[in-house]
Design a protein around this ligand. Sequence first.
Ligand code: CP
Length: 310
Amino acid sequence: HRHLLGIAGLNHLEITALLDKAEEAVKVSQQTEKKKAVLKGRTQINLFFEASTRTQSSFELAGKRLGADVMNMAVKNSAVSKGETLLDTALTLNAMHPDILVVRHAAAGAPQLLARKVGCAVINAGDGAHEHPTQALLDALTIRRHKGSIQNLVVAICGDILHSRVARSNIILLNAMGAEVRLIAPSTLLPADVEALGVKVFRDMRKGLDGTDVVMMLRLQLERMSGAFVPSVREYFHFYGLDEDKLQNASEDAIVMHPGPMNRGVEIDSSVADSGRSVIREQVEMGVAVRMAVIETLAENACKFNDKGE
Ligand code: CP
């Protein structure tokens, strides 16, 4: 592949190869000397049209640890504020010969559009409610490190599935790797195409959590809701917030995940988020490693495409 636009289109072997490569990157990140020179001379541009803490900083660190020159485009201070379009902005940056363009945008399909127009590798860092492929890969790496394998695990994804690109990428990845995927959410927070996703759906959180190996919580994306569709936070936490009591329904050794940013007391109680079962900080650590693996793989692929004159 020239780009990473989504988990859709990656097979079991390709996902496993990326996770294996990320394991090597974990070791690099844990050393005192964290820098490799494999991407020396390459240029990576991070173009984030939506806010980010984890994804942007880990893409920056990942590129730098591989030896690339990394530029973070300050979108708010750019000519975007003067009306320049996404495409014109990308084509302008493309004229400076980057090798990797990392894009986050509120519109589903924005990275796909850019991939057709620019000459470098494009990585989707989250597009609307569509996909967030590196999040699913870092979640998979975290799960694999705790459970050994993803195959046959029971994974519950809980909360605001409707607005979640994280959920969509995880569903595709976990299905490809042979896990049983359960979605736990009220009907108002499930997408219309939920039946086609290859999942089991639960409205009752205690029943959905029964015997699960992995509990993946999602942020309630209140900023994407309006009017009658905004739930009462107190009621939401009562039915769908993960607390110690509801977590007792999961397997004894179940791990608790959250992609961040967390809304404590809304979808997750602090006593669970900060407990020994939470792997939330480890997910962040795996984020740097997975992004190193993706960037390095796409840089290697670019050389192969160029060798073939494509
Ligand atoms: N998980 C995630 O995408 O976090 P950020 O929005 O902080 O990048």
